[in-house]
Design a protein around this ligand. Structure first.
Ligand code: V47
Length: 365
């Protein structure tokens, strides 16, 4: 029997055990209670019910085509204007070369996210997808956040649905979860005023699910948002998932303040990172997976997170620019044996997966 420090977690436990949905107010309790062990324990029960002892990872390769961006988000240290000394834009040939350099028959996913470049045409993105698919037909392309997709539809001069269908046809496999930040208008106005609204982010994902594309979802936490705004974010994702079933994985993203306009804010704590994963697992009862992205929260916390609701560690990544621009001190590459040993030490079964968890198999170091 688990002894909860916070008696209000007892009621939540009854609902969790009965498989009942938690309310907005219960979500707030989970964020506010000092009983982090209790929250973790409940999240772990759900995690084991849904995914047993499996901890998933993938051989992937991140590609960030450009850091030049028409937006100036307060939380972002990656995006710059064209005249910035660190501004870059990769040609399609460079992207294909990068992909080839790291493929070596092992990588099963290209994860592609970048800035909104002011001058690139829609054909650049379409040809990127086509060219990668032609050269690496076996690799899944997870590309373009909802923000980029909204922009691409504008560039293409076509309705969003047609743009998504065309990219899907060209070889786009699924959509990453970035750009969600926090849906609440109050915060969005302060941290990413020029960006797609929360409602529009949800609309892009709903439309993508409608054309057959699966997607991920994220939440950027640890900046100006309140606990209630975090719960609102999770509830809105849960509602969309009820309608479409198109989300695969949820990834809470810990805000990294360095080199951003919000650099006066502290970094997130280990406790907040674990709680974000645990509360997400408990509130998002219809999301199959919750990922502890080691790049964001360190491999050590990602390992601990395997007992706080998470069932995924992301993957090998190879080169990450967005969070490292904002001060992440983690390595950029995680070798398979290190991932496997960390998962085993956490008492879980290392399962290599493809992007959509359709093919999975247990591995040993
Ligand atoms: O939307 C930007 C975040 C996202 C910072 O789908 C920051 O599996 C923290 O899409 N501190 C883009 N976060 C990355 C992305 C992603 C990442 C991991 C997994 C998946 C997935 C997708 O990066 C942005 C924003 O929320 N971000 N700057 C920062 N300073």
């Amino acid at each position: 029997m688990f002894d909860y420090l916070d008696p209000s977690l007892k009621n939540i436990e009854c609902k969790v055990d009965a498989g009942e949905r938690l309310s907005f107010e219960e979500g707030v309790t989970l964020w506010k209670t000092p009983d982090i062990l209790g929250v973790g324990h409940l999240a772990n029960r759900v995690r084991e019910r849904m995914n047993g002892d499996n901890t998933y990872f993938i051989h992937n390769r991140h590609i960030n085509p450009t850091n030049i961006c028409i937006h100036s988000c307060q939380f972002c240290a990656f995006g710059v204007k064209e005249d910035h000394p660190h501004a870059y834009m990769k040609s399609l040939e460079q992207i294909f070369d990068d992909a080839a350099a790291y493929n070596r028959g092992k990588v099963s996913e290209f994860h592609i996210v970048g800035g909104l470049h002011p001058d690139l045409p829609y054909s650049y993105y379409l040809d990127m997808v086509k060219g990668l698919k032609q050269r690496f037909p076996e690799v899944h392309i997870q590309a373009f956040t909802a923000i980029e997709l909204g922009y691409l539809a504008e560039l293409a001069g076509k309705p969003l649905e047609d743009t998504l269908a065309e990219l899907y046809e060209a070889g786009l496999g699924s959509i990453p979860g970035g750009g969600a930040e926090i849906f609440a208008k109050r915060v969005r106005k302060k941290i990413c005023n020029e960006k797609l609204t929360g409602e529009n982010w949800l609309h892009v994902h709903e439309t993508a699910h409608g054309v057959g594309l699966k997607s991920n979802a994220t939440m950027l936490y640890g900046h100006l948002e309140t606990v209630e705004e975090r719960v609102d974010h999770l509830v809105r994702l849960r509602e969309l998932q009820d309608r479409t079933g198109g989300f695969v994985t949820f990834i809470p993203l810990a805000f990294h303040p360095e080199n951003t306009v919000l650099s006066f804010l502290p970094s997130t704590s280990g406790q907040l990172d674990l709680r974000a994963l645990a509360v997400s697992r408990l509130m998002l009862d219809n999301f199959p997976h919750v990922k502890a992205f080691w790049i964001m929260i360190t491999p050590a916390i990602a390992q601990l997170a395997q007992s706080y609701g998470a069932d995924d560690m992301d993957g090998t990544v190879v080169e990450e620019k967005i969070i490292h621009a904002a001060g992440a001190t983690t390595d950029q590459i995680f070798h398979q044996n290190t991932i496997i040993q960390m998962i085993e030490e956490a008492g879980r079964i290392p399962m290599e997966r493809d992007t959509l968890y359709e093919e999975t198999h247990a591995v040993t170091a």
